[in-house]
Write a protein that binds this ligand. Structure first.
Ligand SMILES: Nc1ncnc2c1ncn2[C@@H]1O[C@H](COP(=O)(O)OP(=O)(O)OP(=O)(O)O)[C@@H](O)[C@H]1O
Ligand SMILES: [Mg+2]
Length: 251
């Protein structure tokens, strides 16, 4: 469970990133954080991974008091959370495989074990054929999938996705969202900051609206019905791909 209780964040500049925000996200939920630019979405995500500390209030993630967490528990907390950063934070002098295996190296996994895990996760995001490429050789959607793969590699309980469909076309956005939906179906909690109205409306998940650092609306989802619509989109795309493959084979 994730719980922010009366959280405020005043930056050194005097700007309030968040003011008196309380939010509970249950295990296994998929929620959207929406709001205008500068409203505080990234600030919430940064507080959850203790990238920044609140000025007031408490932050609890998976039973850890994030603000007062003991130093040796911080790596344990961070392993529970996979983050897809707004600016991706990929290493441009490393290949896809090296970028994705970085968290495993840090966690001290044996190379044999790491290779299998990386292959599994690259297959999951459809990047197995690109594993030896460098980021400059990839499209925006492919880069986004590298960031997802890296976030997934340690099988986190929670994924924080900060505008993962920003700058992507509609089809590619849906590919990314479908990957996240599949991950969520396996039990991973997902918090996704987004401006993508089409995705928000179609999926019908819980939507938390933020404006000027405050939660102004919290709409409950009705995801069981709408999620199947997302699945339809995914299936229709899959079928289109299968049709194309068949056509290519025939010609
Ligand atoms: N390190 C910082 N120092 C000072 N002010 C900051 C800092 N980080 C964010 N802010 C300010 O806090 C507010 C919230 O920023 P935040 O990045 O959370 O917005 P956002 O909702 O993620 O916006 P976007 O949709 O553009 O990504 C903004 O006014 C921003 O300028
Ligand atoms: Mg942001």
């Amino acid at each position: 469970m994730i719980k922010l209780d009366k959280v405020s964040k005043k930056f050194g500049t005097g700007v309030f990133g968040l003011s008196d925000v309380s939010l509970v996200v249950d295990r296994g939920e998929f929620i959207f954080l929406v709001g205008p630019t500068g409203s505080g979405k990234t600030t919430i995500l940064k507080l959850l991974i203790r990238d920044i500390l609140p000025t007031e209030g408490s932050v609890v993630v998976s039973d850890f008091d994030v603000v007062n967490i003991k130093k040796n528990n911080l790596p344990i907390l961070r392993k529970k959370i996979g983050v897809i950063f707004q600016d991706l934070k990929l290493l441009f002098d490393r290949t896809v495989l090296e970028n994705v295996s970085l968290p495993l190296e840090v966690a001290g996994k044996k190379p044999e074990e790491a290779i299998k895990l990386v292959d599994d996760v690259l297959e999951q995001v459809g990047l197995l054929d690109h594993k030896d490429k460098f980021p400059v050789q990839l499209s925006g959607g492919e880069l986004q999938r590298v960031a997802i793969a890296r976030a997934l590699i340690l099988s986190p309980e929670i994924i924080l996705a900060d505008e993962p469909t920003g700058n992507l076309d509609n089809d590619t956005s849906w590919e990314i969202v479908n990957i996240l939906t599949d991950i969520n179906k396996k039990g991973t909690t997902i918090i996704m900051a987004t401006h993508n109205e089409d995705v928000i409306k179609t999926l019908g998940k819980r939507v938390v609206h933020i404006e000027k650092g405050k939660i102004v609306k919290d709409e409950k989802g009705h995801s069981s019905f709408k999620a199947s619509e997302g699945q339809v989109k995914k299936d229709s795309k899959k079928h289109k791909e299968e049709d194309k493959k068949e056509k290519d084979e025939v010609s």
